[in-house]
Design a protein around this ligand. Structure first.
Ligand SMILES: NC(=O)c1ccc[n+]([C@@H]2O[C@H](COP(=O)([O-])OP(=O)(O)OC[C@H]3O[C@@H](n4cnc5c(N)ncnc54)[C@H](O)[C@@H]3O)[C@@H](O)[C@H]2O)c1
Ligand SMILES: [Zn+2]
Length: 357
């Protein structure tokens, strides 16, 4: 089991990564002095696979099962959880355990942040994206009609337990999409992690638990390094937006239907690679390496009829300002540059190149 320690304004917490953690979740909590009365929350899909067995093992009541899907990451579910917790007599000294993907960990973490002004929680991420990204860093929240993650809190968990064995049941498309964040992490702080992603791509079926654990732990380590440098997102944390400026616009421009998040990020990475090459920030070898990595998670839904104008509209709308105010993260030979401006013509040109490539 890999163990990383994250420092946060609420105190340090460990991130454990390994195969089989769910099978010994009771002992894991005992070892971390988190064996307390509590409530386990999962969703309809994940609960039968991992939530219910974990609740049994922890001798907790059966899980509260949220509906599955990003569209349920909403206030209404927070209210429902808090009401159920009150009903169940959950006190401020008790514990909430969230078992699921990023939707579950974001929502449950947020409910934990506001329930009785804050209760401890444990994240048990079950998607690759939640393991390497959503469950680490302390951000929790829900969506509004006006946009994603507009209501939230910094409320780090007391423990993150990422059981890579859970990835075996994950939909392949979700797995590949999560790998986009691993590629991003590699570029931000651990370039040779790309070798491991390449090994997965070359032979996914023989990519064993040990290598999965290493892949997740090294990605987490990069996020931890970035987040610790800047918990409240003023500077360095922006680096995590590599590939995301355009990625978010692509998702929004297609009504969040066409692309899974990581797929849009992969297109976003391809775009900033090209912009950096044109600006002389990224040499041919580095550009080829990073660009190749985005092909390892193919097939990606094509850009197709997504027009540059619609994407530009969403780039600006998202930030509520003109394009000049949108700051991009651009890849360089040894990392990233923050706060870069990209003009509309560059965006149009790159999108056309990508659509016809
Ligand atoms: N807090 C943060 O810092 C942060 C960072 C990145 C993303 N996020 C959030 O994470 C969310 C996306 O998370 P996600 O990609 O994990 O999506 P998700 O939670 O919707 O999970 C994807 C799908 O996989 C299913 N699933 C989960 N684990 C499974 C397993 N082991 N086996 C089979 N099926 C499984 C889920 O039920 C769901 O249908 C978004 O809401 C995003 O805003 C938060
Ligand atoms: Zn992302």
């Amino acid at each position: 089991v890999h163990r990383l320690e994250v420092t946060s304004e609420r105190g340090p917490y460990p991130v454990l990564v390994g195969a089989g953690l769910l099978d010994e979740i009771d002992e894991v909590l005992v070892r971390h002095r988190l064996a307390r009365p509590g409530s386990l929350v999962s969703n309809e899909t994940v609960s039968p696979l991992y939530g219910r067995p974990a609740a049994d093992r922890l001798a907790l009541a059966p899980p509260i099962e949220l509906p599955d899907g990003e569209r349920f990451k909403r206030w209404a579910q927070v209210e429902r959880l808090c009401a159920a917790w009150l009903e169940g007599g959950l006190t401020r000294r008790d514990l909430v355990v969230a078992v699921g993907g990023g939707v579950v960990t974001d929502l449950v973490g947020f409910a934990a942040a506001v329930y009785l002004r804050g209760i401890d929680w444990v994240a048990v991420p079950t998607t690759l994206l939640a393991m390497v990204d959503a469950s680490v860093g302390g951000k929790t929240g829900v969506n509004l009609d006006q946009g994603k993650n507009l209501v939230g809190a910094f409320w780090p968990p007391r423990l993150v337990a990422a059981d890579v064995a859970a990835l075996a049941s994950l939909d392949e498309r979700q797995l590949r999409a999560g790998m986009a964040e691993v590629i991003k992490a590699a570029w931000l702080g651990d370039p040779s992690l790309l070798d491991l992603v390449e090994a997965w791509h070359a032979a996914p079926r023989v990519f064993g638990a040990q290598r999965w654990s290493e892949l997740v732990a090294r990605s987490v380590a990069v996020k931890v390094e970035v987040v610790e440098a800047d918990e409240r997102e003023s500077g360095r944390r922006q680096a995590l937006n590599l590939g995301h400026t355009l990625g978010h616009a692509l998702e929004a421009a297609t009504g969040y239907h066409r692309f899974v998040h990581g797929e849009a990020v992969a297109w976003g990475l391809r775009a900033v690679i090209r912009i950096s090459v044109e600006r002389g920030l990224l040499g041919p070898a580095a550009a080829a390496r990073l660009d190749a990595a985005t092909t390892w998670i193919e097939p990606l839904p094509p850009l197709g009829e997504v027009t540059p104008e619609v994407v530009l509209e969403h780039l600006v709308r998202d930030k509520k300002r003109d394009l000049e105010g949108v700051r991009w993260v651009l890849p360089t030979d040894d990392g990233v540059l923050l706060d870069q401006r990209v003009m509309a013509d560059e965006v149009r040109r790159v999108l056309r190149q990508l659509a016809t490539a």
